[in-house]
Design a protein around this ligand. Sequence first.
Ligand SMILES: Nc1nc2c(ncn2[C@@H]2O[C@H](COP(=O)(O)OP(=O)(O)OP(=O)(O)O)[C@@H](O)[C@H]2O)c(=O)[nH]1
Ligand SMILES: [Mg+2]
Length: 260
Amino acid sequence: MIINNKIEKRRHHDDSHQHPQGIAHDDVQKRSGGSREIKVVKRVLDVNAKMANENRRLFAENRVFVLNMMSSPGSGKTTTLEKTLVHLAPHLHSAVIVGDICSTHDADRLAVTGVPVVQINTDEFGGDCHLAAHVIERAARDLDLANLDLLIIENIGNLVCPAEFDIGEDARIVVLSVTEGEDKPIKYPLMFRECEAALLNKIDLLPYLDYDLDLAVKNIHQVHPNMAVFEISAKTEAGFKPWIEWLTDAVQQKRSPNKP
Ligand SMILES: Nc1nc2c(ncn2[C@@H]2O[C@H](COP(=O)(O)OP(=O)(O)OP(=O)(O)O)[C@@H](O)[C@H]2O)c(=O)[nH]1
Ligand SMILES: [Mg+2]
């Protein structure tokens, strides 16, 4: 099932490009005394945080574990999901919300696995480069949450902005492919600080690259000590076992009746 969920124009902020840590010109008001005050950015944050908490409550009520998957464009989120969903299918009921600025390419690919997929396109409301909590709330209405164990949200390809927005998820992971270079955790630290695990993808390409895997892991741990790192190839499924176990354990913990 694919639902092409073109979220209606329902922004909580104006059309300028706004982020909690990136300030659009419209948001800055000059005071007569010369000091500058940021008003709209705080309102955006407050509204998003409130909606994220409502999402979290809804997901908890339905005991659905929600994973927010983020990365640069093309590092392999959809390919990893295509394979991961097949591994999980015998044990868990899963669904995916996938965000892209345009097109249903990713939803078409993921639907082949048989899981329900909701595609979000942000082009109709300004081409946002991240998914915000109110967009997830709208998309989740198209899913039968009561019958789900796991909801995976493939965020829009971007190594910066998605990390700034709480969407009510239980865990966040970042996919970093070996073709992006070892230095990305150092250059884009927020993403790595905010995530609980990293998938170091496309290791099947290592024989063809001058890539230092140990340095990449060291850089990840410099930003986020002890972060779980899974070295995988979504193409060959090398390294998948520990990744699938990590995810399955996380889902089971949320669904455990003994959990307070
Ligand atoms: N060799 C190799 N190629 C891969 C691997 N994973 C993904 N790819 C390729 O990388 C390209 C991008 O993969 P996607 O899964 O579409 O990446 P994505 O992160 O979902 O991209 P966006 O949704 O556009 O941000 C495709 O051509 C994949 O076939 C891998 O493990 N090894
Ligand atoms: Mg994708």
